[in-house]
Design a protein around this ligand. Structure first.
Ligand code: BGC
Length: 417
């Protein structure tokens, strides 16, 4: 009897210890760059969701919009044989890591949960590599938007512009009224975000596809491309000169507090409005960059899963499942400003901008005008992206002519591809 009690106790202790071990292994380390107010609030939804399941979240944030700084950190970690459980990845980054054969395989969970039926093919092109699911997509963002301060529009008597000429007229009106017309940060990816909007406004989906997705030399050297740089120069006249290295969310703050009228930025900006308690169509406006004719760019934040070995795999799968949960995708994207990656999440709780994003996306898919974002890693490999960024930024921040910029672009892209 005594012995039995003893062994029972031992068993319990062992179970507890094992439980403890299992619990300790239930940890995920996630590298991401969601450090602004809106981004951090959205991430909190994911952290809490996992913590409810007993999975500890080890945060590895690397600040820097669009994720280039985070990518550098992960490269160093992978090189020293210490990859995190997962990393926030944009499109081509997933493809590049998969090419190195170090991504894990989520296919079993994906199959069980039918991910292939609810994730649009344009996203699966990145999240499925060589037939294996290697990343779980959480959202669809759209970099082609203009955000406006509604009260300022009313005060100065400006309507959301529908054409390039109307946009310039509107910017002039704000300038004359003593309002900063265009809030714009000072980092290469922000310049590239504006640039891809301008490319769409000059030549629509076909020109974007040829010049950026296909890197067609004729398109890169065309008069249309020259016009893109001329328009960038024009827009620079409405920006604050004092913007070197300014973060995107600080530019958004200028719209929120009424210092500036408009910002061209992806819909992560909506997360900033939301955390500041501002409401779509009441406090701020969202409208298309003019003349883009239904073409939009997109990027999707996915969590790429590295090969972590059997002990850490269960927690990694829990993370993937949590990201793909429809209720979570609704809750997360309501805070983040994006729309769910899953097509089966109801949109009724989303504001007018979110509903418009979803409707425009469906129209763009039907018109073959849903295009991977250059600025946000869904168009070309990192080296080529870097070549675009250099020329775009050097041009915008100097007095380089449009002819010179076009020439440099052709050369830089040829050298990088
Ligand atoms: C990401 C967003 C993020 C933004 C600014 C984009 O590339 O997709 O999730 O909010 O960068 O950091």
């Amino acid at each position: 009897m005594k012995l039995k009690t003893h062994s029972l106790l031992l068993g319990a202790a062992l179970a507890l210890a094992l439980g403890g071990v299992a619990h300790a292994a239930e940890e995920v380390e996630v590298v991401h760059w969601w450090t602004s107010g809106g981004e951090a609030a959205a991430l909190q939804v994911l952290k809490q969701n996992l913590e409810k399941q007993g999975v500890t979240w080890k945060d590895a944030a690397v600040a820097g919009g669009a994720g280039d700084a985070a990518a550098t950190v992960v490269k160093a970690r992978v090189a020293s044989g210490n990859p995190p459980t997962a990393m926030q990845m944009l499109g081509m980054v997933i493809t590049e890591w998969a090419g190195q054969g170090i991504m894990g395989d989520l296919s079993e969970v994906a199959k069980k949960e039918g991910w292939d039926k609810v994730i649009p093919p344009a996203l699966q092109k990145f999240t499925v590599q060589n037939g294996k699911w290697v990343a779980a997509p959480v959202n669809i963002h759209r970099p082609t938007w203009i955000w406006g301060n509604k009260a300022l529009f009313a005060k100065v008597g400006v309507q959301p512009p529908k054409t390039w000429d109307e946009l310039i007229a509107a910017l002039d009106k704000f300038k004359a009224a003593g309002v900063l017309p265009l809030a714009h940060g000072g980092q290469d990816w922000q310049d590239a975000t504006l640039w891809e909007n301008v490319v769409l406004s000059v030549g629509g989906a076909d020109f974007y596809r040829k010049a950026i997705l296909e890197l067609d030399e004729q398109a890169l050297g065309s008069d249309q491309m020259k016009q893109v740089f001329e328009r960038m120069r024009k827009l620079s006249q409405y920006m604050d000169k004092n913007r070197t290295n300014l973060d995107w969310n600080l530019a958004t703050a200028k719209i929120i507090n009424g210092e500036a009228a408009m910002q061209v930025m992806g819909d992560w900006a909506k997360g900033e409005f939301a955390t500041a308690g501002k409401k779509a169509e009441v406090d701020f406006l969202c409208f298309d960059f003019p003349d883009t004719k239904g073409a939009i760019t997109f990027n999707s934040d996915a969590f790429g899963m590295f090969e972590v070995g059997a002990a850490k795999k269960p927690a990694q799968e829990k993370l993937a499942k949590a990201i793909m949960d429809p209720a979570f995708q609704e809750q997360f994207n309501l805070v983040k400003g994006s729309i769910p990656a899953r097509t089966d999440v109801p949109m009724d709780k989303f504001d007018g901008c979110g509903k418009k994003a979803k409707a425009d996306l469906e129209k763009a898919i039907a018109a073959n005008a849903m295009l991977g974002s250059l600025a946000h890693g869904h168009a070309v490999p990192a080296a080529v992206k870097g070549a675009f960024f250099d020329v775009i930024t050097n041009h915008l921040n100097s007095d380089m002519s449009a002819d010179e910029a076009v020439q440099q672009l052709i050369e830089a892209v040829a050298a990088a591809k």
